[in-house]
Design a protein around this ligand. Sequence first.
Ligand code: HSE
Length: 407
Amino acid sequence: MKAAILGYGVVGSGVGNILYKNADIIEAKLGEKIELKYVLDLRDFPGDIFEDKLTRNFEDILNDSEVQLVCEAMGGTNPAYDFTKRLLEAGKHVVSSNKELVATYGYELLTTAKEHNVNYLFEASVGGGVPILRPLWQCLAANRMEQFYGILNGTTNFILTKMYNEDMPFEEALSLAQQLGYAEKDPTADIAGADVCRKTCILASICFGKHIDPEQVATQGIQDIQIRDVSYAKANGYEIKLLGYCRKLDSGKIDAIVSPFFVPKSNQIATVSDVFNGIVVVGDMVDEVFFYGKGAGSLPTASACVGDMIDCAMHAQKRKNFGWGERDAAFVEDHKNCQSAYYVRGTGDINAVKEALGEVSFLSLQGAPLDEVAFITPCQTESELDAKLASIADFTIAAKIRVLTDN
Ligand code: HSE
């Protein structure tokens, strides 16, 4: 089958590399070659193995009836949305690593693919090289999904790990992640949580059957995490992780949030370090399943793209069904109404804290100032907690971070 790659950056060049290096095993599995006919990019790549396939003109690919399979690795929504839509309408299969595009236009593009009887697959958009979407829509299709939570961004997990284990300053860890090709072009999308939000939306849409848009999910990144809170976490048996979190509520709605969490060291998510991603999924029949692997980087991400290309080529006449329905504006509960435990640090009188909050677990840290109070609350809504904290006279809040619990 003849193929094309849109975008020859970190992921696109990884796809080219795999198609070249593993051509023999791909052909053995598929019974035919995946032949790269075009690579679309505005840049030149002198000396590259696919230099002679380069084009700057998208129409070359769109209008070539021999090309039936396209890997979109451009990132962003413009022009990726327009290109993807037109390719699907032209009856070509498209695979993508583009989480922004899928999170924003997933329902629409899947509908277009269905109308034209082709596949739109995007395993690489969540978890990089970790197989997670196919297990959800295929292997776990017999389940009512109850919950998932995961470390979905390699860059921020890399930074948090360096800060936690090596006391490395934030900026130094970020620049190292950029050198290693983990970070987005604009790393704000990593640091401020937008990248995790997009991946959380894709997982939630597949798990719960309605298109969840990034603007429906409250998102907080790691930019406000202070070294003092890392020290409290370390001294009291917790890691600090940026999680995409989503669970089905008794009301039928979902609670979906992206936020840093204090994670008890006993939870397997706490063991996920560096660029690795880890995702816990809970289904009503399967119970708990854990997915783990490299969440960013050229070859791990390209591995998922090429897996999708092989799937498209192998089942060219058969469409995959994700069960991804239309958006429902009321489906995501306001996160302020959802229950969570919290870590709180502030300055004030410990007795006043006890009086206002009742049962909390106080945390200790050697060398902390005498008037510093840090504690973990029982589960409650953020609105309830904020009201109680506001009622404490002369208490200044320095940090408030969610705590991952069993419920
Ligand atoms: N910037 C992303 C990350 C790339 O660090 O996880 C993979 O989606």
